[in-house]
Write a protein of this length. Structure first.
Length: 223
């Protein structure tokens, strides 16, 4: 079934009005990273959530969810594809984080409502979007502008690697988002540590799940 993109655009514009670009949280003790991985046939999605101690970046808890990928990949609508699995994984946590780092955009989005912004409203948590590519706008002196609005910051976290694009998701200012990302880095990794671990964990679970499915298929075919 082809999604009604015009209807979803209107929903994104409406929900974007609820986004707050100021610091709306207390001291950060626990910080989480979320990332997704897909089965080779693109029919299933693995969402991984890693919770870390903000001071040490040691892992406190990790959870994952595997769901059918029922929404196609369409630029600008990633939240409709990945948020169900991420929300499911997040709800399994015993220790809820104070801040969420998301592999995706926050307000740096054509309708100022990327995956990080959507997840913030769904999960009631401040969030920051971290993207490896720029979806819209132009970079001027490290700042990302869409028309006349500054919506994000370009940073380079590792020598000889491409930059990252940071934008607030919700309930945080651009300046504070940048500061938190800086404090979440751990060399030699390019991504903030919670995201780096979440990325590896999602891929690990995906590989295990696919091996079990292939094993079952082999059994069926041999009988």
């Amino acid at each position: 079934m082809i999604p009604d993109l015009e209807k979803l655009k209107e929903e994104q514009r409406r929900l974007a009005q609820e986004i707050v670009l100021r610091d709306d949280f207390d001291k950060i003790k626990l910080i989480a990273g979320v990332d997704c991985s897909y089965f080779s046939n693109n029919k299933k999605i693995v969402a991984a959530v890693i919770v870390c101690d903000f001071k040490t970046m040691n892992v406190v808890e990790k959870k994952y969810s595997v769901l059918d990928a029922n929404f196609p990949y369409i630029s600008g609508f990633l939240s409709y594809r990945e948020s169900p699995a991420i929300v499911d994984a997040f709800n399994k946590l015993n220790q809820k984080p104070d801040m969420l780092l998301v592999d995706g955009n926050g307000i740096l989005h054509p309708r100022k409502f990327g995956l990080a912004s959507h997840l913030s409203l769904l999960l009631n948590i401040p969030s920051i979007g971290i993207s490896k590519s720029i979806m819209c706008g132009s970079v001027k002196a490290g700042k990302i502008y869409v028309e006349n609005d500054m919506l994000g910051i370009q940073i380079k976290t590792k020598e000889n690697s491409n930059p990252l694009y940071i934008s607030p998701g919700n309930r945080i200012s651009i300046g504070t988002a940048f500061s938190i990302i800086e404090k979440s880095m751990k060399q030699p990794h390019k991504l903030p540590e919670p995201l780096h671990i979440a990325h590896r964990y999602a891929d690990h679970i995906k590989d295990l799940q696919e091996k079990w499915e292939n094993k079952d298929n082999i059994k069926v075919n041999s009988e």
